[in-house]
Write a protein that binds this ligand. Structure first.
Ligand code: 1GP
Length: 251
């Protein structure tokens, strides 16, 4: 319960957090990962997410082992399927794709993963996962065989998030999809944040400081940076500065 507890406490105290997403397929050399982790340490990144829709060449276990060797930060699996479980991780986002109607991603994969997770020491974070966007051609839409919630339909996202919370999910993750040109609109983030009590994660397409500011401003508790960091690792320090600016207002 340590990570969920910490996320809840941060929310209560209005503390903003950042997570970087490491896709094992993209960081295969130990050196490139090591350099990124040094920057994360310096920027006091709060969480490391590891995963991706498909793991083609990279290994989840090997990547987490390298991370654990160089940095002491909570490592959370962001799974693409029930195959993505590694005992080296501290926690896993137990994602239920509540924006879609694919039963396998609402409960099917979970049934297969549950006994393995039950035997492990990995903290399971029940997460209502909501995909947002106007294209059905993204990797995640294709792999999940679901359509995202259109960006202008904030109302649907709000009702979906409320339902997730009522079902008992502990976190909501609004995701525009990795590498998306359009981030989750601030209005949608604001309305979801205003309608739910549980910590709100926002990611997908956050590649400028103004998008990071807008997401925090709108009520995101934790923002996830993936593609932008792969292109320019120093972006993590810029967003950390923004987080610190928000947090100093409440300290
Ligand atoms: C994707 O939210 C994550 O699921 C991160 O997205 O790669 O666009 O930063 P980016």
């Amino acid at each position: 319960m340590a990570i969920l507890k910490s996320l809840k406490k941060r929310k209560e105290q209005k503390v903003k957090s950042i997570a970087i997403l490491i896709d094992p397929d993209k960081f295969q050399g130990e050196e490139s990962l090591k350099n990124l982790l040094k920057l994360c340490h310096k920027a006091r990144v709060d969480f490391i997410f590891v995963g991706g829709s498909l793991l083609v060449n990279g290994s989840l276990e090997a990547t987490i082992s390298v991370i654990n060797r160089y940095i002491r930060l909570p490592v959370i699996i962001f799974p693409g399927s029930n195959l993505h479980i590694a005992n080296q991780a501290d926690a896993i986002l137990f994602l239920s794709l509540i924006s879609g109607r694919n039963p396998d991603l609402l409960i099917g994969q979970h049934v297969a993963a549950a006994p393995i997770l039950k035997r492990s020491k990995i903290e399971v974070l029940s997460t209502g996962y909501i995909l947002v966007g106007n294209s059905a051609n993204t990797t995640v839409a294709h792999i999940s065989q679901t359509s995202p919630i259109p960006t202008e339909k904030a109302e649907i996202a709000v009702c979906t998030a409320i339902a997730g919370e009522m079902i008992g999910m502990k976190l909501i993750y609004l995701d525009a999809g990795s590498g998306s040109r359009e981030e989750v609109p601030a209005e949608m983030v604001e309305r979801v944040a205003g309608s739910t009590e549980i910590p709100l994660i926002v990611g997908g397409g956050i590649d400028t400081t103004s998008k990071a500011i807008a997401a925090f401003d709108a009520g995101a508790d934790l923002i996830v940076l993936g593609t932008a960091i792969e292109k320019n690792a120093n972006f993590v320090s810029e967003v950390a500065g923004i987080r610190d600016g928000f947090n100093s207002k409440h300290s």
